[in-house]
Design a protein around this ligand. Structure first.
Ligand SMILES: [Zn+2]
Length: 550
């Protein structure tokens, strides 16, 4: 017992050291930013258990009208509770047990009078609202509704709101840390259209010239994953048999004109599910099934109803993977998110690397499973796109979304690849990622949860590694100089990094002789063979500088 609490003490100290000393200059954040991103008592006093969302679409007007019944526990510690809804949407009434509740709106937050709520039993409030949700200019990157049409001119409508916020179209507690345990969605659309949402279809209820589609999710779900997809969809099914013989239904909803193409193209889904099952676990949302839904934008990880818009091409719209590889980036990437993003979720948007870096690295694992390790390095050479202009982990508590580049994707994937080679034992590496996933699945985590797990599992001191790679913009630079004056060459080497006392191994080849050395911030020396030196930058994300002898 004593040793355990001593360990906990060390862990707390070391995670503190990781978050101190951020050097990057962020803009001044506003009240609106902290209302959206911070966890004050108006939020922490509630624990959401269930959302029951009911929306009717008016396609001509590009508007919606809806009610969300929010079920939650309340601990009594706050006079008001915060629910979020963008200020451009109108609230007509907020009620509980038939009584109207008082509320105040500040920016996109609603503060609702809490004095009638029970601390003994679950509470339910109903928020009646409506209006014209913001239209996305460039989905899925900027967020909002997409009002599109298929080739025959029929409506094709979808939403993407990651980062932007699910409160742009339905009232909810719009912070990543609190997911409902399950959710029901009812979407009412003109009867000639179909509506696909997350989870399982419970009922399609005809109502005059409209149909109400009622869907149910049986797992926790991130607010931004809740989606609708409205079109004249064609539907077909397949199934995936897991490595232990279980059957997972696969459902595909595509535009009718793409039905035959999709039937062939989506055959690759089983190989994706198999690879991820091998490295992590079975597909997480087993009872909700797996679905791909064709959308008018590129893609989004909508839980158990993945938005697919890669136009049945290889790679990313036909490119960005080695030309000899033939797999669909969106299927692999968004399916990866079912594990990192949807099953394991970040608690704060600033830590989206937990979603994106792991998922991007899962693309490399998919390649490794089917094509073997050498192809991983080949694939990663196509992901060498980091710009090192800002730290991957942003400031907490402000729903941070303002990264300039894609470092949380490609650089993040390379960081995990580098960590594998720092650990230098594939049994440990694959054990680490599998056990980490299984320890934290269906939970919201913070970066330190991974750091502490990796340090303890690998028995390595990785504090400086994580701080340099995730809280600093630059990557470490290996500086070396070679003295060729004697019979054997002497290599002098050190790391140049922002983090003090940075220490990490590196590898180099001289001819066919491989050396692995542990560098730190002071100059060290080693005898090496004569010949050209190749530092292995295919295994470590580092800069390399050879310093010429004077
Ligand atoms: Zn992603």
């Amino acid at each position: 017992m004593i040793q355990k609490s001593f360990l906990v003490f060390i862990c707390i100290l070391s995670s503190l050291s990781l978050i101190t000393g951020q050097e990057f200059q962020y803009r001044q954040f506003t009240l609106a930013d902290s209302l959206r991103g911070s966890l004050r008592v108006e939020r922490t006093s509630t624990d959401i258990s269930f959302y029951d969302l009911d929306i009717t679409f008016n396609i001509e007007e590009k508007s919606i009208a809806g009610i969300n019944h929010i079920h939650f526990d309340f601990d009594g510690s706050s006079k008001t509770i915060q629910i979020d809804l963008f200020e451009n949407l109108e609230i007509t009434r907020i009620e509980s047990k038939g009584k109207t509740l008082a509320y105040e709106r500040i920016h996109n937050a609603i503060f609702i009078d809490a004095h009638t709520f029970s601390t003994e039993e679950s509470n339910t409030i109903a928020i009646h609202y409506g209006g014209k949700p913001i239209v996305a200019r460039h989905a899925p990157w900027d967020g909002g509704f997409v009002w599109s049409e298929d080739k025959t001119g029929s409506p094709w409508i979808a939403v993407a709101c990651e980062g932007f916020g699910a409160s742009s179209w339905w009232p909810n507690k719009d912070h990543l840390y609190d997911e409902p345990d399950s959710m029901r969605m009812q979407f009412t659309v003109p009867k000639e259209l179909y509506c696909v949402s997350n989870g399982n279809l419970l009922e399609a209820k005809p109502d005059g010239d409209k149909t109400s589609y009622i869907w149910q999710v049986n797992y926790p779900i991130n607010n931004y994953n809740v989606s609708f997809n409205i079109a004249k969809y064609a539907h077909f099914s397949d199934r995936y048999i897991s490595l232990d013989g279980d059957t997972l239904p696969l459902d595909y909803y595509v535009l009718p004109e793409n039905l035959e193409k999709a039937k062939k193209h989506f055959e690759q889904v089983s190989g994706v599910l198999e690879a991820f099952e091998f490295y992590f676990d079975k597909y997480p949302f087993w009872n909700d099934g797996y679905a791909l839904v064709e959308t008018p934008y590129l893609g989004m990880e909508h839980q158990s109803a993945i938005a697919y818009g890669n136009k049945y091409k290889r790679g990313y719209l036909g490119g960005m993977i080695p030309p000899e590889m033939n797999w669909d980036y969106i299927i692999v990437h968004e399916t990866g998110h079912e594990y990192f993003g949807n099953s394991i979720s970040a608690q704060d948007h600033a830590e989206m690397w937990i979603h994106e870096s792991f998922t991007t690295y899962m693309e490399a694992l998919y390649v490794e499973y089917h094509l073997g390790y050498p192809q991983v390095e080949r694939y990663l050479s196509f992901q060498r796109r980091h710009n090192n202009s800002e730290p991957i982990i942003g400031p907490l508590g402000v729903n941070y979304t303002e990264w300039n580049g894609s470092d949380m994707y490609y650089k993040g994937s390379w960081i995990l690849h580098t960590l594998r080679h720092v650990i230098n034992d594939d049994d440990v590496w694959f054990g680490l990622i599998k056990e980490f996933y299984n320890a934290y699945k269906f939970q919201n985590i913070e970066s330190a949860d991974f750091f502490n797990f990796a340090k303890s599992y690998s028995e390595l001191d990785l504090d400086n590694f994580f701080t340099q790679y995730l809280y600093r913009a630059d990557i470490p630079k290996l500086q070396y100089r070679v003295d060729r004056s004697a019979f054997r060459n002497t290599l002098y080497y050190r790391w140049e990094a922002d983090v003090k006392n940075f220490s990490m191994p590196f590898e180099l080849l001289v001819g066919d002789k491989k050396y692995r050395m542990q560098g730190n911030s002071t100059w060290q020396e080693a005898k090496i063979a004569r010949g050209d030196i190749e530092v292995l930058v295919n295994k470590f994300l580092i800069d390399v500088e050879e310093i010429e002898e004077e």
